[in-house]
Structures are given as structure tokens and as C-alpha cells.
Design a protein around this ligand. Structure first.
Ligand SMILES: Nc1nc2c(ncn2[C@@H]2O[C@H](COP(=O)(O)OP(=O)(O)OP(=O)(O)O)[C@@H](O)[C@H]2O)c(=O)[nH]1
Ligand SMILES: [Mg+2]
Length: 307
């Protein structure tokens, strides 16, 4: 009798405080920039899947918004999406930023919640990955690892640098081994379930995070309004940047429209890299005072407006 090749497939939720490097890790593992990255906190706003398919295994990484103390409605929806990601996973991977002076409050909150889940009988593996090891000494790293393992008895501990690509193969192989035996859920060529028009909007939002200062990135959201494919293979994309006030619109436009031009050029180049074709990108700025309370904006992003 012919034995069928057993395949393994499952979800890994990457949890962590804002800025721990969750999106950097997932992009590195999938080999594509599917989740946007910035040095600012609260970059990821919704659940993003990164799919890694190798011969017999399909690891579906769930990139989650960082956990932080929510103040506004959007914050609550983001944090809720992160916990939902955790509930959906077969393996929970907690990412800790080793470059922080001490284990921060948000990381402690996550550890407390995971501990509670375990006490309630949750048997799923909880793994620890200490990230940004390029920024600390081996001595400090060992101390941090011991401290974290004292707080929660992690099933496995990894020491990695997502930026410098250290320790990633070991983590990936271990995840693939631990996954349950299942048929593949996604096609082997899929890298994410996020529609291209949403990724294109995220790429523009990434530029806003990178090029505009202070609180402004938190006052905007970007949506792709139109997407036209042409016979010559190029794509015309129109996007709306929603802001809350006229003064914010003025900052995004810049003097004589210089800022929005710069944003549009960088975003276009990155969308071209991602899509592998010529992109014509048009950006519009709209003032919508209450966009962060508008259920439509949440639904567009797969967030729950009712939390
Ligand atoms: N030095 C160093 N920096 C890193 C490493 N991994 C990520 N970073 C940086 O940390 C910052 C935050 O990275 P992100 O991947 O956006 O972090 P995140 O956890 O997804 O953040 P949120 O989406 O805001 O929750 C970026 O500036 C990254 O370049 C690492 O291993 N070493
Ligand atoms: Mg992120």
C-alpha cells in the first residue's frame, strides 16, 4: 500500500509589545514585504497572514498588532484583533525586544494573559523568541532569558535577530516540526491572504509612518479606492488618505504639494517592487473628522468596530 506524504499545516500567532519586531520577522520568514514596518510603535493595525510553504509543511504566521494599553476606539479594535489572532493559533510565539532596558509593561501583560490561558487548561505550546539580540551582550541575553522563563514556563526559547537574520532557520524548522498533521490550507504559492489593494494601501501608510513625525501617522488611514489593470500589464491605483483635520491635510500635502509627491513616489516604487509591474499611483487627501469612529473604516480593515 502506498503511504501518502504526510503534510503539516497550522497557524502561529506572533504576539508581542509594539515594536518588538513581529512584522520584521514575518517578512523575513516569507521573503516578502507583506507587513509594513517602522521604528514607530503601533505600526501594524490588523491581523496579517504570512504563509511559508516548504515541501511538507505550511506555516501560517499571524502578524498581530502590538499589545498596548488602548486609549481610543481604534486602539481597542487593534488589541482585540491581536488577542483574536492568539486564540486562532496552534502555536503561540511571544516576541520580546531584547534591546529594552527591562521587560516592559505590555510584555508583562501578555505573559500574564498567557499564564491565565494555561491555568484554564489551554495546552497549546507557548514559545519565546527573544529578538534584537544584535543589540545586547550574551551575558544580558542569558539573564533576560532566565527572567522570562521564570515568569512563564515557555515550551521553547529562541534567541534571534530578525534584522540580522540570526537564528531564523532554527525557529522556522522547529515551527514546521511542531505543526499538526493537516492538509495545506493555502495554495503553495500564496504568501498572504491580504488582497493586493489592501497591501498597496498599507505600503502608502508605511511611508506616512516613515516620513511624517510625531502623532500624525496615528491620525490617518489609507484606503485604495480604484484599481485598474491595463492590457500592457501596468496598474493604475487611486488611494485616499483620510485625516482628521485641515491642518493635517496641509502637512501631508506639504509646501506646493512637495510632501505628497514624495510620499507618492516612494510608495509607488515599493508597490512596483511588490507587484512586479509598472504602477501609476494617485493619492488624494480627505478630511473626515471622525474616521476613527466610522464603522466602515474598520470593516475595510477587517477590524471589529463594536469593541
Ligand atoms: N536592531 C534590531 N532592530 C530590529 C530587529 N527586528 C526589528 N527591528 C526594528 O524594530 C522596529 C520595529 O519593527 P516592526 O517589525 O515594525 O515591529 P512590530 O513588532 O511589528 O511593531 P508593531 O506593528 O508596531 O506592533 C523597526 O525599526 C525594525 O527595523 C532586530 O532583530 N534588531
Ligand atoms: Mg507590526
Amino acid at each position: 500500500m502506498n503511504k501518502k506524504n504526510n503534510t503539516k499545516c497550522g497557524f502561529v500567532a506572533v504576539m508581542g509589545a509594539s515594536n518588538a519586531g513581529k512584522s520584521t520577522l514575518i517578512n523575513l520568514m516569507t521573503g516578502e514585504n507583506i507587513s509594513i514596518i517602522s521604528p514607530k510603535v503601533q505600526t501594524t493595525r490588523t491581523r496579517v497572514l504570512g504563509i511559508i510553504t516548504e515541501e511538507n509543511s505550511q506555516i501560517i504566521m499571524i502578524d498581530t498588532p502590538g499589545i498596548f494599553k488602548p486609549r481610543k476606539k481604534l486602539d481597542r479594535a487593534m488589541v482585540s484583533a491581536a488577542w483574536q489572532g492568539m486564540m486562532d493559533a496552534d502555536i503561540i510565539l511571544l516576541l520580546i525586544d531584547a534591546s529594552n532596558k527591562a521587560i516592559n509593561h505590555d510584555a508583562k501583560q501578555i505573559i500574564d494573559r498567557l499564564k491565565k490561558e494555561r491555568e484554564l487548561g489551554d495546552k497549546r505550546p507557548i514559545w519565546l523568541a527573544i529578538n534584537k539580540i544584535d543589540k545586547i551582550t550574551p551575558q544580558k541575553l542569558l539573564e533576560l532569558s532566565a527572567e522570562l522563563n521564570e515568569m512563564l514556563d515557555f515550551d521553547k526559547t529562541f534567541m534571534i535577530s530578525a534584522l540580522k537574520r540570526k537564528g531564523i532557520d532554527d525557529l522556522k524548522n522547529s515551527l514546521a516540526n511542531e505543526l499538526p498533521e493537516n492538509e495545506f490550507i493555502f495554495d503553495k504559492d500564496d504568501i498572504t491572504d491580504m488582497p493586493a489593494r489592501m497591501i498597496a494601501a498599507e505600503i502608502t501608510r508605511e511611508q506616512i509612518y516613515l516620513q511624517l513625525h510625531k502623532e500624525l501617522p496615528y491620525a490617518i488611514t489609507v484606503e485604495t479606492e480604484k484599481w485598474e489593470n491595463f492590457d500592457n500589464g501596468s496598474i493604475k491605483i487611486s488611494q485616499i488618505i483620510y485625516v482628521e483635520k485641515d491642518s493635517q491635510k496641509a502637512i501631508i500635502l506639504g509646501k506646493a504639494g512637495t510632501k505628497i509627491k514624495q510620499l507618492g513616489e516612494r510608495s509607488r516604487k515599493n508597490i512596483e517592487k511588490f507587484m512586479g509591474c509598472t504602477i501609476h499611483l494617485k493619492l488624494f487627501v480627505k478630511v473626515k473628522e471622525n474616521w476613527s469612529n466610522d464603522p466602515e473604516r474598520y470593516i475595510a480593515w477587517g477590524l471589529d468596530p463594536s469593541v
